[in-house]
Ligand binder design. Structure first.
Ligand code: NAD
Length: 488
């Protein structure tokens, strides 16, 4: 079988070699996961919660080992990796704890016409969920699908990104340690894009995809062949709006962290900042001062690490070059040294530039002066992407109003990315950023099918749903409906 290597992006050193699993191996993994799914379903909510908590416990006890691996394979600082793992652990707990109440059987009112029926709904697992993951948050991002699909009663076959296969395998090994009686409830298949494509055609009941919109289209096309439903968590070009009365020091801090944390390789990272004319000069001065303390590197004190995927360096340098050629200016940074990109702030970049239109996925932000917050919102909403975003405003009402009208799945007011730390909130995009939701109640339901049941409690003296219905009954019914619903 062909193999592939995983690298330390800081040094280029090979860390491990993995098999490129093909259609037969992937199908076999799905068959094993289906066998395990029966057992997993039988555990019920209480049993699953116990096993998920055991898994969470392994992650929590070995968090530094996991963070070391994330630092090695993805490149981000150890401290950021800890934060990522903590968020993921929180999501496992939330999903395990809340699945019974949110998904279990629940009575619903049966209404006047069916007053003799007891009506209930419950959310049943789909069976086997295929999860295809990216490399940028190799623990947190797939966990939004893994924990929620598992808590809902599905088994999972997970294809981690080829850039972070070691981390994906580590998560599956942790599962095997926690739940040794059924390791196949969470199985990992390894490989490049072809392995992901094979997973789409391997008989899974749903595919949860996180990655670029371009790959998302291919995944949807492959899944369409067998009418397999998909969840699409794709890229973003998130904007921050800075209003006249915003706390500009806080906004600058958030723009830098939101734009440059994880070397800008964050789907919900800030890539564009729109600042009102009144706030612009002071905001840019804050930004210029604060960005001085940010530095890439692989050492313990570095603010962010190398670019994980070597090919992304070409995209970042193309966007910087295009911004400059089209009239933009570099306020700070702009340089690339090996896999490290300097913290880069670009101003006066036309909206038509690639740096404003396309996902850059590097530690760069464009800062644009606008007339007012309405113009900022108009420009924010003009993107084909619509994942998340941020609003800084001194007024609670104004901040909430702008947040509501922002075309995106998530918005933070007076902070960045805060919604990702709230497990009860749904996470997902609009437009080219995808559809479907992970996290929260919506995220649990994403991996279920609603099952409706009625149970007749007693026979009606005048039944409607029978050929034995009295001929006058529908006329009487029409009169009643006219009285109840036809008055306005
Ligand atoms: P990518 O699209 O290159 O790859 C994602 C995954 O798809 C990988 O595991 C890859 O092997 C697999 N794949 C590639 N070709 C495939 C095919 N034909 N069929 C099936 N699977 C295939 O994305 P990436 O570079 O790993 O991740 C970065 C992207 O992910 C960015 O656009 C980022 O914004 C996005 N992202 C989105 C979210 C979100 O929640 N919305 C979270 C993290 C990252």
């Amino acid at each position: 079988m062909e193999t592939f290597d995983s690298f330390d992006p800081g040094t280029g050193q090979v860390l491990a070699t993995y098999p490129q699993q093909g259609a037969d191996e992937v199908r076999a993994a799905v068959v094993r996961a289906r066998e395990a799914a029966g057992w997993w379903r039988e555990q019920g909510f209480a049993g699953r919660r116990r096993h998920l908590r055991a898994w969470k416990g392994v992650l929590a006890r070995r968090i530094h080992e996991l963070a070391d691996l994330v630092h090695q394979e993805n490149g981000k600082p150890h401290a950021d990796a800890i934060l990522e793992a903590v968020l993921a652990i929180d999501h496992i707990e939330w999903a395990a704890k809340n699945a019974p109440t949110l998904l279990g059987p629940r009575r619903v009112p049966s209404g006047l016409l069916a007053a003799n029926q007891a009506a209930s709904v419950e959310y049943q697992p789909l069976g086997v969920v295929g999860v295809i993951g990216p490399w940028n948050y190799p623990v947190f991002t797939p966990m939004g699908s893994l924990a929620y699909a598992l808590a809902a009663g599905n088994s999972v076959v997970f294809k981690p990104s080829e850039f972070t296969t070691g981390i994906g395998s580590w998560l599956a090994h942790a599962w095997q340690t926690a739940v040794p009686e059924r390791p196949d409830v969470l199985a990992v298949v390894t490989g490049l894009g072809a392995t992901g494509a094979a997973l789409c055609r391997a008989g899974v009941d749903k595919v949860a995809f996180t990655g670029s919109a371009a790959t998302g289209r291919k995944v949807m096309a492959a899944c369409a062949e067998n009418l397999i439903p998909v969840l699409m968590e794709c890229g973003g070009k998130d904007a921050m709006i800075v209003d006249d009365d915003a706390d500009l020091a806080a906004a600058a801090d958030a723009a830098i962290w939101g734009g440059m944390g994880n070397a800008g390789q964050t789907c919900i990272g800030i890539e564009r900042v729109y600042v009102t004319d009144q706030a612009y000069d002071e905001f840019v001065a804050e930004l210029t001062t604060q960005v001085r303390r940010v530095r890439p590197g692989s050492d313990a004190d570095a603010s962010y690490g190398p670019i994980t995927m070597p090919g992304q360096l070409d995209v970042i340098s193309r966007h910087i070059a295009d911004a400059l050629e089209s009239g933009g200016r570099v306020l700070t940074g702009g340089g690339i040294d090996g896999p490290y990109v300097q913290p880069t702030i670009l101003t006066d970049v036309p909206e038509s530039s690639a740096a404003v239109q396309e996902e850059t996925f590097g530690p760069t932000i464009t800062v644009t002066r606008v007339r007012d917050a309405e113009e900022a919102l108009e420009r924010t909403n003009a993107s084909s992407y619509a994942l998340a975003g941020s609003v800084f405003s001194g007024s609670k009402e104004r901040g909430m109003d702008l947040a509501r009208r922002m075309r995106s799945g998530m918005t933070s007011v007076n902070s960045v990315i805060a919604f990702a730390a709230v497990p009860a909130l749904p996470f997902g995009g609009v437009g080219d950023s995808g559809f479907g939701r992970i996290h929260g109640e919506d995220g649990l339901k994403e991996f279920t099918r609603a099952k409706a049941i009625t149970r007749q409690r007693f026979a009606l003296p005048t039944p409607l749903l029978t050929f034995a219905r009295k001929p006058t009954l529908t006329d009487q019914l029409a009169k009643v409906v006219g009285l109840v619903h036809g008055r306005t």
